[in-house]
Each structure stands twice: as C-alpha cells, then as structure tokens.
Design a protein around this ligand. Structure first.
Ligand SMILES: Cc1ncc(COP(=O)(O)O)c(C=O)c1O
Length: 445
C-alpha cells in the first residue's frame, strides 16, 4: 500500500532481512516469505550482493491490449476540471493591464492589491466582512497550507485532520515532520464530540478541516455545526485551517445562500484557505489565505524563506475572472451537475454493488465498495486504462479499503467509459483465481 500510495518510491533500498526482522519483531523466516511474496507481486526486486529495492508492479508485463488501454488512460485520480473558455479572454484583458505593473520590481509578497480586493469581496458576498489586508495570495491552496504549517507546527507536533481527508494535506503534514491525528467522519458528517476529544487528548497545534464539500466525501457542514466547531476549537485553544477549495461548486443551490463561512463564527480561531483551482483552473496555481491581521504579518515574513510572491501575470488573470464570476460559475455548476449525474448513473449500471450518496457539491463520488478491494481495483484498473486513487490514500495509516474516490471532472462519454473499465477491473478481481493480471501483481490471500 505504501508503494501504491507513492510513499515508498520505486528504487528505494530495503534494509537487510536481519534488520527488518529486528525492527518488526518478526522471525527471519517470516520476513523472507513476505519478501518473496512481494517479489512475486512485482513490488520488490533483489540481486545477490545488492540487496532488495522497491519496484512498481506491472513493468514489463503489459500485453498489447493493456498498452493500448494505457495510451488512452482515463485519469480519475485528479479531481480538477479543465480551464473554462472564459480564461482566454481573461488572459487578453490581463495582458492589457500588465504595462501598469512593469515599472516596479514585481515582488508582491501579499499579492496584488486588485486581486486581494476581489478575494475579500468573495468573502463579503458570502456574508463575512473581510479587509483586503487580511488576504495573502499564494501559489495554490496547497502552498497556503504549507505556509501555515511552517508557521504553526513543527517536527513532532500533532495536526488533527478529518478521515478521510485530502491526501496532499497528509503529505504536507508529514513533510513538516508533524503527525496527523485522524478523526473519523461519519456517514452523516462530522462527529464534533470525537473532534473535541481528539483536540483534548492529543493537544495538537492545528486542525485541518473542509466543511464545504469535503474532499473526498462531498459532505457540507451545516451552520449549527460550524458554530459548535468554533466553540470546540476555542475551548481547546486550537486554531483550524478551514480549506474552502470547492466552496463555489455547490451543485444543488447558490453557494451565496449556503451556510456562512466558518470564520464568521470566530475569526480568532479560523484561518481560511481558498483556491482558484476548482472553480477556475488548476494551471493558474493560485490560492489564498484569509486570516487575522496579526497572523498575516507573520505569514508574510515567514514566506520569505520559501518564495517571494506569486507571479504577477496569473494574478491579473484571476483578478479578471473574479471581476464578474457569476456567469462563469453558473455554467460551470451546470456542467459539473451533468457529469456527476452521468457518472452516478454509469456506476449504478456497471458496478451495481457500489453505493454512494449523491454529493451536493464538490467534484467526487465517494463510493462504498461491496468488498475491501479498493487498492486492488486501483492497481488492476490501470491495466484497463483508468487511473483512480484508492481509499487508503485518504487515510492517515492506510485502510479505507472499502472506499474509492471517483471524480466526475471528465466529459460525460469518458466517465461512462471509465465506469465500464472499472467494472472490467472488478470482474478481473472477482476472477482472481483465474486472472493472470491479478495473479501476477496482487498477492491474493
Ligand atoms: C481540499 C483541497 N485542498 C487543496 C487542494 C489543492 O489546491 P491547489 O491546486 O490550489 O493547490 C485541493 C485540490 O485537489 C483540494 O481538493
């Protein structure tokens, strides 16, 4: 699972059998047998005198049919849409604005004033008074979170997260050598009593939550729970990063009529982060932080260790898109609703044992499988030309093998095709006894 998650890179050397046996408190016979099984499965290669190292299964075993499938690979591992058609016009308009920005040095550590103003207005329209000076423009929400982490959590510190959660959040926490502490989501949403207990017991420096169409579950926290959440955070004196990356993708209503931003219930306890990647385009690499002023100053000075600002031109492009975003967002939502419904119907038809709640927003179906085979499906699906992220990627310590995240960001035809390919992968697993693919790459126990 660590290999499939990308946590153990191909080529990583493994310790000697004796060392592994000691570290894992297992017999050498057991370690030798496990390594042999991993070798057979294609996850490990060994050479006498050079030891053992990690490999990726499937290398050198592709048949022509598989190669053909892979060349038409459908990527359901990324939950992000292509750029909207309005982007090109925004680029042209930004180009016309550019000369006014060329006469200074071009370093804007907080971001361009015009963009900060428009991001502040985005909060105002959602009912949260926001000064332009509370906004720092970043190179995406992922960068925003890494900056906050750098400031507020160090090696060994705990960071409470929802489980499941967005995998790159876990990567960022681990890269900061901090420790993610999971609090399980329920089928209905957030268990705030469990969160309270986790905050009390693990004394974290920070919590990371996504109350607005959580990735991957698509759940949204209601206003009452937002209020309670802030009370719980304050009581435990733990600030939370509230990631609102998908807030605009409300597929059932107007996000301006949705529950107020979490920060409305307590500006002191909440650092909000947002992104242009889901509603607009990931290729802009733009996001932002909205925080109390005192933290803005600290963030900006900490930032100078990493980067000295975000590219000016892209900021001008986003400022153009945010000047009058509603027509674009309305069209985007309609398009996403069509794709969500098409994927839901295709999964219902081709993988009828899988269940999911129709998400009211965001970009993913969070499917409950009828058996704990998510990682196996992810591996086998590659051979049928579809790439998916298994449930374990969304968990702190692996597991969630009964869950699979399926984004509906591709065109409708591609989604139907993907559902068919997933059903073929499922059959290959069902036929494990007889399937050469599965026998070759997955230890079937
Ligand atoms: C919850 C969440 N946070 C952050 C990100 C990363 O956003 P960005 O592209 O702005 O770095 C994503 C993208 O998938 C996401 O879903």
């Amino acid at each position: 699972m660590l290999v499939l998650d990308g946590r153990l890179a191909a080529g990583t050397g493994l310790p000697a059998e004796r060392e592994l046996a000691r570290a894992l408190n297992a017999s050498r016979t057991m370690i030798a047998a496990a390594l042999e099984q991993l070798r057979q499965a294609g996850f490990v290669a060994s050479r006498r005198g050079s030891g053992s190292w990690i490999t990726l299964p499937g290398k050198g075993m592709s048949t022509p049919v598989e190669l053909e499938a892979r060349s038409r690979m459908l990527d359901l591992a990324h939950a992000a849409l292509p750029a909207p058609r309005e982007l090109v016009a925004a680029v042209d308009a930004a180009r016309a604005q550019l000369p006014a920005y060329l006469s200074d040095h071009g370093y804007h550590q907080r971001g361009l004033a015009v963009l900060r103003q428009r991001v502040a207005r985005h909060y105002e329209r959602r009912g949260l008074p926001t000064a332009q000076d509370q906004i720092v423009i970043t190179s995406g929400a992922q960068h925003a979170f890494a900056l906050v982490l750098m400031l507020l959590a160090g090696p060994g510190d705990r960071v409470v997260v929802e489980q499941p959660t967005y995998p790159n959040t876990l990567n960022a926490i681990r890269a900061a050598r901090a420790l993610p502490v999971p609090v399980a989501m329920t089928d209905e949403g957030w268990d705030l009593d469990a969160l309270d207990a986790a905050l009390r017991q693990s004394a974290p420096r920070l919590a990371f939550l996504q109350p607005d169409f959580q990735n991957p579950t698509g759940l949204r926290m209601d206003a009452g729970d937002r209020r309670r959440l802030v009370t719980v955070l304050r009581k435990n004196r733990v600030p939370a990063v509230i990631d609102e990356t998908t807030v605009e993708l409300d597929l059932e209503g107007d996000p301006l009529d949705g529950p107020p931003p979490t920060a409305s219930y307590g500006d002191d306890a909440v650092i909000s982060i947002g992104s242009a990647s889901k509603a607009y385009w990931g290729g802009l690499r733009l996001g932002w932080i909205r925080s109390p002023l005192e933290l803005v100053h600290r963030l900006v000075s900490a930032r100078s260790a990493i980067d000295l600002g975000t590219p000016v031109f892209e900021q001008l492009v986003l400022a153009e898109l945010l000047a009058d975003p509603e027509p674009l967002l309305r069209r985007r939502r309609l398009e996403v609703v069509e794709r969500r419904d098409a994927l839901a119907a295709a999964i219902g038809e081709h993988c009828p044992g899988w269940t999911f709640r129709n998400p009211a927003g965001g970009l993913c179906l969070w499917c409950r499988l009828d058996a704990p085979v998510s990682t196996r499906i992810a591996v086998v699906a590659e051979h049928f030309g579809v790439r998916v992220a298994p449930g374990s990627s969304f968990a702190v310590y692996g597991g969630l093998e009964r869950w699979l995240r399926l984004p509906y960001t591709q065109p409708v035809e591609a989604l139907r095709d993907a559902a068919q390919r997933l059903s073929s992968a499922l059959s290959a697993i069902g036929d494990a006894e007889h399937s050469s693919i599965v026998d070759d790459i997955i230890p079937v126990a």
